[in-house]
Design a protein around this ligand. Structure first.
Ligand SMILES: *[C@@H]1O[C@H](CO)[C@@H](O)[C@H](O)[C@H]1NC(C)=O
Ligand SMILES: *[C@@H]1O[C@H](CO)[C@@H](O)[C@H](O)[C@H]1NC(C)=O
Ligand SMILES: *[C@@H]1O[C@H](CO)[C@@H](O)[C@H](O)[C@H]1NC(C)=O
Length: 577
């Protein structure tokens, strides 16, 4: 009887709150554990988009059959090795807890400002305190922040944001085309990560709706997607792959579409990205630097032999990052990802990584960076130019090294991660610039005596010895340095990496705080007050603060043996036990 009354009351409540509240705020009393009535877990409802532009409503011009099936069946004994250090005696001491709290407070401050001044906009402009749309107007910051809210245990705000995300309307945009890569890593990745943590079904439904729309981008003659999903072109069936597109754009959609396939049981999403992998696999040996893929690729004609530039930085980065991550997400059941990673890593070691030449007095001189290579007819130019974007490479080598049991790669990963930490300290503001040049040693190991004469001749004498210039001196709240330091901390258990991270965090806070939140800054080489730019990209709350927070959290929070991060720091649950 009591139960019936409770159900009746719940039904009344459900009805009433629904009509009062545009979002959800339905109290589902069934789900309440005793004693939690003051903080009820609301039910998140999925609202379908007003116009669904997808593979059901618009026929495919180039349908595929048969589709590549997700590797499935009983899991074979995984050949992959554990990733995370075991931390047998871990204690969450008060000093680390205080650091963790400081990061959480920074997040809450940015989030509260977004909520108050830019709710449902893509970004908060952190100097002027207004909203702006930069990615189609689908609340990029909100979707990108969902899993961070969950991880930081900000549950009330998580449910508020999740309810808003579950009623995003993909038809509600002023744009005529979608940036396929950005929408996949931020929105699709954000919804999947939040679903994997919370189990909220509406988030998976919203992700599926989006994934099905983005799937339309693969409807080209060779099934390789273009950079933009142009709605009109897709409807008319006239899409083609790009003839000069960034390598990373079509080649790092694999993790998100594979996770969507795993969660929905619909292999067509896996099929879409596995055809891009087919292309990558056959093209790997055909470039001017066999083993690597060039920065720009002619996907339309499936050619990689025109471009001479190779990098782990802008245009290419997550293509490489996703190779070991796909091996992990597929539990080692698709060996080609490991093979491509091993081949690429060998060439990267020879042609891309460099060791900076530093004064012998610099106690941190066993570090590495990732630069660029340009292949000419008669020579290969190695450019010792570091980028903030290429700082992810430490985590990539660490992961590849751990998963495939290559200790040398873990060591390289650590030297790369420490290099990025060093570069924060090397500039007056305490942050690494977007792009900077250094003097390089002849080899990655062995002696590398300091050459003062060369430094006097080439270096900017205002900068730290060894740094030649800061070609792009902005710091735009990017995550890649803390990402790699966090991953290497979790892989090696070396506590001093946390101190490096704490210094970075303090410098970022000291230089980027605005009355509302945190902003990009114009010039990290300036001493004293630095110019603030009116930009706070969604990765600040999705990635940078998440990685700082996890760095100072107990290691079982988002264990690297349970989750794999997409390139926007959204944690996907590993399918295997
Ligand atoms: C469309 O999106 C804007 C934000 O970009 C939002 O303010 C508006 O309420 C949305 N409209 C509908 C009908 O969802
Ligand atoms: C595709 O759109 C149709 C209506 O146009 C809708 O019924 C269906 O659920 C959509 N499919 C997905 C996967 O969202
Ligand atoms: C950055 O600051 C330095 C030192 O004040 C200055 O020399 C340089 O021109 C600035 N660069 C840019 C791009 O503003």
């Amino acid at each position: 009887m009591l139960v019936i009354i409770a159900v009746f009351l719940a039904a009344v409540l459900l009805f009433r709150t629904k009509s009062l509240e545009p979002y959800y705020l339905v109290t589902n009393t069934d789900l309440l554990a005793p004693g939690t009535t003051s903080n009820p877990k609301p039910t998140i409802r999925f609202y379908a988009s007003s116009f669904q532009f997808n593979s059901t409503s618009v026929p495919q011009r180039y349908p595929v059959s048969p589709i590549h099936q997700l590797p499935s069946g009983p899991l074979k004994h995984s050949r992959l090795h554990r990733v995370q250090h075991s931390f047998p005696h871990y204690q969450h001491d008060p000093a680390t807890k205080a650091r963790q709290d400081a990061v959480r407070a920074a997040f809450v401050r940015s989030w509260d400002s977004y909520k108050e001044h830019a709710w449902l906009w893509d970004e908060l402009a952190p100097v002027s305190g207004q909203g702006k749309n930069t990615f189609g107007g689908w609340a990029a910051t909100l979707v990108d922040s969902l899993d961070t809210l969950w991880i930081m245990d900000l549950r009330e705000d998580f449910y508020l944001a999740a309810a808003a995300a579950a009623q995003l309307d993909w038809a509600n945009t002023t744009e005529t085309a979608v940036n396929l890569f950005e929408t996949t890593i931020r929105h699709l990745g954000g919804l999947l990560g939040a679903y994997d943590l919370s189990g909220e079904k509406a988030l998976l439904e919203k992700a599926t709706e989006l994934g099905d729309m983005l799937y339309m981008a693969f409807d080209t003659p060779n099934r390789l997607p273009g950079f933009w999903l142009d709605f009109e072109k897709a409807k008319q069936g006239v899409q083609v792959a790009g003839s000069n597109d960034p390598a990373a754009a079509p080649c790092s959609l694999s993790l998100e579409f594979t996770r969507l396939a795993q969660l929905t049981g619909d292999s067509k999403y896996f099929d879409a990205v596995s055809r891009v992998t087919d292309f990558l696999e056959q093209a790997q040996g055909a470039s001017k630097l066999p083993g690597m893929w060039p920065k720009l690729i002619n996907f339309r004609d499936e050619r990689v032999d025109a471009e001479i530039g190779f990098t782990l930085g802008a245009l290419s980065d997550s293509l490489y990052e996703y190779l070991p991550k796909m091996a992990l997400l597929l539990d080692g059941q698709a060996p080609r990802y490991e093979n491509m990673y091993r081949t690429a890593a060998g060439v990267i070691k020879t042609h891309i990584l460099f060791r900076p030449m530093l004064p012998d007095t610099d106690s941190h001189n066993d570090i590495l960076f990732a630069g660029d290579a340009y292949v000419h007819a008669d020579r290969i130019d190695h450019v010792s130019e570091g980028q903030h974007l290429s700082c992810f490479a430490g985590g990539m080598f660490g992961l590849g090294g751990k998963l495939f049991d290559i200790p040398d790669h873990v060591a390289i990963g650590e030297r790369l991660a420490r290099g990025c930490g060093w570069a924060y300290d090397a500039f007056p503001a305490g942050m690494m610039p977007e792009i900077f040049n250094m003097m390089a040693c002849d080899s990655l190991d062995g002696p590398c005596p300091w050459d003062e004469h060369r430094w006097q001749k080439h270096g900017d004498q205002q900068l730290k010895k060894g740094v030649v210039n800061a070609r792009d001196p902005r710091y735009i709240l990017r995550p890649e340095a803390i990402e790699s330091l966090f991953l290497l901390y979790r892989m090696t258990g070396k506590e001093d990496l946390r101190d490096v991270a704490w210094r970075m965090f303090q410098d970022i806070m000291a230089n980027t705080q605005t009355p509302f939140a945190n902003s990009a800054i114009a010039n990290v080489t300036v001493h004293g007050e630095t110019e603030k730019l009116d930009s706070m990209e969604s990765f600040w709350m999705s990635e940078t603060l998440k990685y700082f927070y996890l760095m100072f959290s107990p290691p079982d929070l988002i264990s690297l043996d349970e989750f794999v991060f997409n390139t926007e720091a959204h944690p996907f649950r590993q399918a295997a036990p």
